[in-house]
Design a protein around this ligand. Structure first.
Ligand SMILES: NC(=O)c1ccc[n+]([C@@H]2O[C@H](COP(=O)([O-])OP(=O)(O)OC[C@H]3O[C@@H](n4cnc5c(N)ncnc54)[C@H](OP(=O)(O)O)[C@@H]3O)[C@@H](O)[C@H]2O)c1
Length: 349
């Protein structure tokens, strides 16, 4: 019997439950692919009594995610609580200090503390992975860190917040104003508890900053992202753009310029017939450009239980197979501090 890889999962919300479901449903195929069983030792959430739609009584329960992170029967701490600080950060730090590998979906935490956490993990000889934190089910992190590792990356761009794309495409299709569609999105549960994270471009800006760090070998610098949300986009803007053959998208663009690293997350005009212009509803798209490979377009679900849990499992499977890649694709200590280029004009597409 080969040694199982034992998970401790903190957070049993949308993503945590999705991960539990995959581990249970695909136990055999995961074991075949990893060469060892993937098991769950323990879980943590706020409410022990909440019905989560998956059986969790098979696993040990911890009220305190830090205690979960330190358990002897946990090899990989899976952080799925969210929040840039608080229990997510405390438990991630505790897990690394206790010699555990960490998988997280938490872009807010990594956009702010990613450098320090990556350095801490490397100092302990552990890995910290975050495929699910950027564009949900789309394997953008893996594509950049692994598949395109032989390229000089020239540009990273994309639509990375499904809620904003839903609002903009719904406004256009139904000829509705921003406030009406915002209210609809809220009723449908599409918005974060603090909606500015979505419509203010902050969530998408976190993701862009993480991808830029990998693409350009630089320290994550979320503060340098030129951010503008979609709150001021009117139906008239959308219809005028349409008349000229364009659609408005909340587009992130990162590229290294002669003046430094440019990172922008702003509403942009994109040609209707382009892959970005054809993107509907809550779908995400990440476009990666490298000197040898040319342009790669990745399109898929940027959120939701299945797609996000799928991305978490990609990191878990890497660890189970012994694939150990640095958090940002190279040792954290070698990441440069780039000059931030001032934002310059509308995004090229
Ligand atoms: N949802 C998505 O589609 C998606 C996509 C990409 C990335 N992510 C990221 O994935 C992470 C989780 O998102 P989610 O949508 O699954 O969140 P969620 O549904 O709100 O679930 C959060 C979970 O964390 C638990 N939790 C919160 N504070 C805790 C604490 N102090 N101690 C123990 N448990 C605590 C909650 O417990 P209770 O259930 O008991 O309240 C809940 O189970 C976030 O970082 C998010 O940004 C989510």
């Amino acid at each position: 019997m080969t040694t199982p890889l034992r998970l401790g999962i903190a957070g049993l919300g949308t993503v945590g439950v999705g991960v539990v479901r995959i581990v249970r449903k695909h136990a055999k195929v995961l074991e075949a692919r990893a060469g060892r069983p993937i098991t769950i030792s323990a879980v943590a959430a706020r409410s022990r009594s909440k019905d989560r739609g998956v059986p969790i009584t098979d696993y040990a329960w911890e009220d305190d995610p830090v205690a979960l992170a330190r358990r002897d029967d946990v090899d990989v701490f899976v952080e799925l609580m969210g929040g840039s600080d608080g229990p997510a950060k405390a438990a991630t730090e505790a897990a690394i200090a206790a010699g555990k590998d960490v998988v997280t979906a938490n872009k807010a935490m990594l956009a702010i503390h990613g450098q320090a956490l990556a350095e801490a993990a490397e100092a302990e000889g552990r890995v910290l992975r975050f495929e699910a934190a950027v564009a949900g089910g789309i394997p953008a992190v893996k594509a950049l860190t692994e598949s395109l590792a032989g390229n000089e990356i020239t540009r990273v761009l994309g639509v990375m917040n499904g809620t904003c794309n839903y609002i903009l495409t719904r406004m256009e299709k139904a000829h509705l104003g921003y406030n009406k569609v915002f209210a609809e999105a809220s009723d449908l549960g599409y918005l974060e508890a603090d909606p500015r994270l979505d419509v203010g471009g902050i969530d998408a800006g976190h993701k862009l900053a993480l991808l830029a760090a990998i693409a350009f070998g630089t320290r994550v610098d979320f503060d340098a992202v030129a951010l503008e949300g979609i709150e001021r986009i009117t139906i008239e803007d959308i219809e005028r753009a349409s008349d000229m053959g364009y659609r408005i998208k909340l587009l992130g663009v990162a590229r290294m310029t002669g003046r430094g690293l440019e990172q922008r997350m702003q509403p942009c005009l994109v040609p209707k017939g382009s892959p970005l212009g054809r993107l509907e509803g809550a779908t995400n798209m990440v476009v990666l450009e490298g000197d040898s490979v040319g342009q790669i377009v990745l399109r898929g679900a940027g959120a939701g239980e299945g797609p996000t849990a799928s991305a978490v499992m990609s990191d878990v499977m890497d660890i189970a197979r012994g694939t150990r890649v640095s958090t940002f694709g190279q040792p954290a200590g070698t990441l440069e501090r780039p000059a931030a280029a001032a934002s310059a004009g509308p995004a090229p597409h």
